[in-house]
Structures are given as structure tokens and as C-alpha cells.
Ligand binder design. Structure first.
Ligand SMILES: NC(=O)c1ccc[n+]([C@@H]2O[C@H](COP(=O)([O-])OP(=O)(O)OC[C@H]3O[C@@H](n4cnc5c(N)ncnc54)[C@H](OP(=O)(O)O)[C@@H]3O)[C@@H](O)[C@H]2O)c1
Length: 281
């Protein structure tokens, strides 16, 4: 996701400095004119706006904090924009760390997979000060098609938790419905024609039909990230004191599917997992 987003900034004419744990993955961007920084702190020294698009909170901490972290490199008053999907309390913790270094912080996670990232059609969910969003709006407009300012710091990732909870549960519910229908002898094509596009099925599931029918789950949004995001939802619910029983069950089912070699498949492979576990031939 990060390399595709960075590619759009580069194509729009922005001067780009890049760093990644695995340097080789930055090769294509460097060939297109981006400058390589050997460490996160060096990256910070060379930019006044720094974007992160990293796997999970642990990856963000590793890059941001510590002696070699980019918070130590950025000059006072610079802006850090974290686009990673992380939990809201972690975003607020990072906002606090940034403030302690006299830096500004915006959380701006995205909705949309690698295709929209490549085409500059992401939806940005922004948490932070209005003036900080104004400063980065031209960048976000290059990388995305829509920007929603949800509220203050941590509110972008709050909205992201809500969206991915719904995605994960809807995909799982649809999978169970399909497996029940198939067990009753309803042809898969009939199930699709009645369910997909109708009022009881989430519209995004229309885009998963080919994968389910073909039994090929080439990743758009990898199942491992859905498992991670439901884990972050569960943490968030606990912190907020709200009970989300179905989310916690869904989280465990995605974890089981990941343990059955499905982590790198699209998250719609949860259908394959439910089908396998159902005892159907
Ligand atoms: N894929 C999607 O469709 C999608 C959609 C919306 C949001 N997101 C979110 O976007 C973020 C990135 O996802 P992605 O699909 O781009 O994943 P990805 O291709 O696996 O990239 C993950 C990035 O995190 C780095 N990373 C992982 N663990 C690290 C660690 N311990 N220390 C330092 N760096 C580490 C990786 O470095 P290496 O290259 O060295 O491994 C890589 O740069 C995630 O938060 C994901 O939930 C993804």
C-alpha cells in the first residue's frame, strides 16, 4: 500500500524520501527518482512531512520511537501522518509522543485495497487538527478520491475500526449463509443471484463472488490484516468498556483460518474455511 501511495506522490512531482525495513522493496521508487534514507531517523532529518504506512502498531513503534526512530530526526514543527491501520488509543499515544518532540500528528488510515491505492482512489479517514489536514490535503488528493475529517487525533483510526469490524463480520455472516444454503442443496449460482445485490447482503460482497465461485482467493485485502484489525477492534472495545461478543468470535474464526494457511489469501477465504469446517463434501 505504501509504495503505491508513494508512487502517486512521486508522479505528482513531489520530492520523495523513502525508507523501508526491507530496502529492496523501495527499488522501483528509487528508480523513479525517490531518495533512499538509510534509517528512520535519517528519513526524519530529510523531510518536513513524514508518512507511515506500516503493518501494525508494533511496526509503527519500531520505526517511530527509540534512538534511531524518525521522531528523533524530524525538526520541531514537522508533521507525521500515520496511514497504518492501528487502534485509536495507539494513535493517541503516538500523538502524545509526537507532541513531546514538538511535532504535529495526524492519523489518516485508508479504506481501499491495493488497486485503489495504485489508482489514487483511496478514502482517507482523518483524525487531527483542521490546519494540519489543510497542510496535507494536496497530498491526500493525489493519493485518494475522498477525504473525511472525522475529528481530533485518534478519530481517523476510530472510524477505521468501525468499518473493518463491519467488513469482517459481514464477510463471515455471508460465508455461513452460503454454506447453509449449499448444505440444503441450493445451487451456488442461485444463492448468488438471490443474495448478491439484494438488501440482505453488503454491496462489497458482490466483488467477492468470483473468488468464492472460482475457489481462488488472490489477495485484495489479506486475511491476516482482517485478523489483526479484529484484534485491534477487540482491544478498543475493551478499552471503551463496550461488549462486542460477535466481534470477538469473528476474530477467533479469522485467527483459526490464518492458522490453516489462509493468512495470505484474501479475507473472503473465510468462506473456504467455514466450508471446510462445516463437514460438507
Ligand atoms: N492491503 C490492503 O488492502 C490494505 C487496505 C487498507 C489498509 N491496509 C493497512 O495498511 C497497512 C499496510 O498494509 P500492506 O497491505 O501495505 O502490508 P505490507 O505490504 O505487508 O506492508 C507492511 C509494511 O510494514 C512493514 N513492517 C512490517 N513489520 C514491521 C516491523 N516489525 N518493523 C518495521 N516495519 C515492519 C513492512 O516492511 P517489510 O517490507 O520489510 O516487510 C512493510 O513496509 C496495514 O496496517 C493494513 O492493515 C491495507
Amino acid at each position: 500500500m505504501g509504495s503505491r501511495m508513494a508512487g502517486n506522490l512521486l508522479a505528482a512531482g513531489y520530492e520523495l524520501v523513502v525508507h523501508n525495513r526491507t530496502q529492496s522493496k523501495a527499488g522501483p521508487l528509487i528508480e523513479q527518482g525517490a531518495r533512499w534514507a538509510p534509517s528512520p531517523a535519517d528519513t526524519g532529518r530529510l523531510v518536513d512531512v513524514l508518512y507511515t504506512m506500516l503493518a501494525h502498531p508494533e511496526a509503527v513503534s519500531r520505526m517511530a520511537l527509540g534512538r534511531d526512530g524518525f521522531l528523533n530526526g524530524l525538526a520541531g514543527g514537522s508533521l507525521w501522518v500515520d496511514c497504518s491501520t492501528v487502534n485509536p488509543s495507539f494513535s493517541r499515544e503516538m500523538a502524545h509522543e509526537a507532541a513531546a518532540h514538538d511535532l504535529r500528528f495526524v492519523d489518516a488510515p485508508v479504506a481501499g485495497t491495493k488497486g485503489p491505492a495504485e489508482q489514487g482512489e483511496l478514502l482517507f479517514l482523518v483524525g487531527g487538527a483542521g490546519e494540519d489536514l489543510d497542510a496535507i490535503r494536496p497530498h491526500l488528493e493525489v493519493m485518494g478520491r475522498k477525504i473525511v475529517h472525522v475529528g481530533g487525533q485518534g478519530m481517523g483510526t476510530s472510524m477505521k475500526m468501525v468499518i473493518n469490524l463491519l467488513l469482517g463480520e459481514a464477510m463471515l455472516a455471508f460465508s455461513e449463509a452460503m454454506v447453509l444454503g449449499e448444505s440444503l442443496g441450493i445451487p451456488q449460482e442461485t444463492l448468488f443471484s438471490v443474495l448478491v445485490g439484494g438488501p440482505v447482503t453488503a454491496p462489497f460482497i458482490g466483488g467477492k463472488k468470483e473468488k468464492i465461485a472460482g475457489g481462488e482467493f488472490q489477495p485484495e485485502f489479506p486475511l491476516r490484516w482482517m485478523g489483526k484489525d479484529l484484534h485491534l477492534v477487540a482491544i478498543t472495545a475493551y478499552e471503551e468498556g463496550v461488549a462486542l461478543p460477535a466481534a470477538n468470535v469473528a476474530k477467533e474464526i479469522y485467527t483459526l483460518a490464518a492458522r490453516h494457511d489462509m493468512a495470505d489469501l484474501d479475507f473472503s477465504a473465510i468462506y473456504r474455511f467455514i466450508h471446510q469446517q462445516s463437514g460438507q463434501p
